[in-house]
Design a protein around this ligand. Structure first.
Ligand code: ADP
Ligand code: ADP
Length: 230
């Protein structure tokens, strides 16, 4: 249950004179339970926006807040954010179940459940029941990304951030994972920010989306309100 707000967020990498301006004055509200997508070409600032929301980057200007509270006022252990980044590989030496349970070492499982119960609940949710003892290298790319999703969701985060989670998958797998992700997201009603460079994907999966260009939000709206370039 989290509303996410960015107000006047700018991000510059490197020095003020010689650096790169990645984001300029981003104002954005993602409503509680919404599936929101940032779409745009490579280099437009999608990943920087997501990393700023996650608290991995500090904005040069502006604020990010969760339910009206600036994240700078929330201690890191109080920020319940689940992330699935394209480059966030699974831990190869751990089983699937250990990967899914990883975050529960630092954060208790939801009240009334044990770690084992929570892990098996999550494996059910992503249709990987019975695969807990496998090693990640025995899974397909799509299965691995579902494990990464289960791992992100295990501690019941208030916010889910996904950076091109399907970009390494072939078209058919993307389609099925997309449907699955959409189902899980709406079942959990978790506020979600999804990053992709694929406009078709963005239009298919989102409640609302923002089209980014050169570090700014060019359009924000529901899929049917977005003007598509011919
Ligand atoms: P996208 O995710 O849309 O591809 P990014 O947020 O990764 O865009 O990048 C936005 C801009 O910021 C690009 O010009 C990129 O080269 C630059 N950039 C991203 N990360 C860094 C970094 N760590 N150091 C310097 N420049 C960066
Ligand atoms: P994406 O397009 O998904 O943002 P990239 O492959 O552009 O991913 O970037 C991968 C990583 O490299 C990110 O952590 C990003 O912050 C960093 N990065 C991107 N551009 C630059 C840059 N110009 N200088 C330094 N780091 C960068």
């Amino acid at each position: 249950m989290t509303e996410l707000r960015l107000e006047g967020v700018s991000k510059r990498y490197g020095s003020a004179e010689g650096g790169t301006s990645a984001l300029t004055g981003i104002d954005l509200t993602v409503r509680d339970g919404e599936f929101f997508t940032l779409v745009g070409p490579s280099g437009c600032g999608k990943t920087t926006t997501l990393r700023t929301i996650a608290g991995f980057e500090v904005p040069t200007e502006g604020t990010v807040s969760f339910d009206g509270e600036p994240i700078t006022d929330i201690p890191p252990e109080g920020r319940d954010v689940g992330v699935v980044f394209q480059s966030y590989a699974l831990f190869p030496h751990m089983s699937v179940a250990e990967n899914v349970g990883y975050g529960l070492q630092f954060r208790d499982p939801p009240t009334g459940t044990t770690v084992d119960e929570r892990v098996s609940e999550l494996l059910d949710l992503v249709d990987l029941s019975g695969m807990g003892e496998r090693s990640p290298d025995q899974l397909s790319g799509g299965q691995r990304q579902r494990v990464a999703l289960a791992r992100a969701l295990a501690p019941e985060p208030d916010l889910l951030l996904l950076d091109e989670p399907m970009s390494a998958l072939d078209a058919r797998l993307r389609e099925s994972l997309r449907l699955q992700l959409k189902r899980i997201q709406s079942e959990l009603a978790i506020t979600t920010v999804y990053v992709t460079h694929d406009q078709e994907e963005a239009l298919a999966i989102s409640d609302r989306l923002a089209v980014m260009r050169d570090g700014e939000l060019e359009q924000v709206g529901r899929p049917q309100e977005i003007y598509r370039e011919p």
